[in-house]
Design a protein around this ligand. Sequence first.
Ligand SMILES: Cc1ncc(COP(=O)(O)O)c(C=O)c1O
Length: 394
Amino acid sequence: MSRDLDALCAKPHPIPQLITRPAAAPIFPATVFACDSPEQASLLLAGETAGFVYSRDGHPNALMLAQRCGEMHGAEQAIVTGSGMAALSLALLALLEQGDHVVASRQLYGRSIALFCGEAQRLGIKTSLVDTCDLQKTADAITDRTRLLVTETIANPMLRVADIAGLAELAAQHQARFLVDNTFASPAVCQPLAWGADLVMESITKIMNGHSDVMLGLLCGRTAAWQRVPMVHTTWGLFASPLDCWLAARGLSTLGLRAARAGENAATVATMLSRQKSLLETSYPGLPEHPDHEVAQRQFCGGFGNVVSFTLPGGRPAAQRFIAAAADQIPFCPSLGELFTTLSHPASTSHRGLSAAERSTLGIEEGTIRLSVGCEPVAGILQALEDAVGSAVA
Ligand SMILES: Cc1ncc(COP(=O)(O)O)c(C=O)c1O
């Protein structure tokens, strides 16, 4: 008997009924889910029944990841997006309208500044950049049109730490929403909602996933600030792929272990670098001499993060010598939160859009190097750094 292969090939695959629970979460790559009836489809699409119809609106892997991230932050709501920048765009589009005003940290990630000062401006939204570590200057920048205050928990690359509770109070006094980019900290180090933030965004691409193989973002927070988020998420198409969500959920299972190990390594590295007489400056919020050490001690719940910055004397030539000498052990990868130690050169990457004078006011020189310390045995990292500093400043 010949089988009708064409008909068989085109049939939906039967999904086995499981009587045991798999130890790993399944991946649901389906873009669409079959509905029982028009009534069911209509209720699902309206969000009146929980479930899935079309994966741009939501799918099981995004839901699983968002729920886990939300729990880590103690959030009432959470959603994942295709990148960290998509999460920030989501917040901007959901919270702001033409004529609104934003007060944002001058030390935000470069693309975030471009989003608020360039793209948002095109939509008629004005942004004032301030030093959010200075509460008075931040208060002075708020106007009666200010609807949003934005800062990072730990700012790149000098690792300044914002007083989240103080900023939350300020935002509340002016009926503005307060959004914190918690990428450099992750919930393992700081949970800004507990300090009064309305919304938290993170680049899951970094330490949340931690394996350099996924690009995703998170937005989570209070229901009161959430009204337009689901509609903007699906209508602007800020979708996160099921495979990426699955990988990130797997990465997230070891966030606590990785953040603790990388944080301990970073503290050891920062202490070693701060004792190197040949360096101009070492920045790490865990060092007692860091300007925001006390705020960090109060606000952080697990170490001081895994990023350390330092400045070599001798400008860019010294930085180039350092990068070349370290390359075999510590690759120049302009990102952070990888499993292994990486380095970046802010003057030529994240802050290349600023003038030398603007960089200098932020403490960034041509000789500034930013390390994202990883989970390898710390002795090897220390040795590689000592050798590379020796080659750079010899
Ligand atoms: C602090 C911070 N926020 C947001 C982003 C954007 O995240 P993504 O690259 O996932 O879009 C980055 C990326 O480097 C970042 O460092």
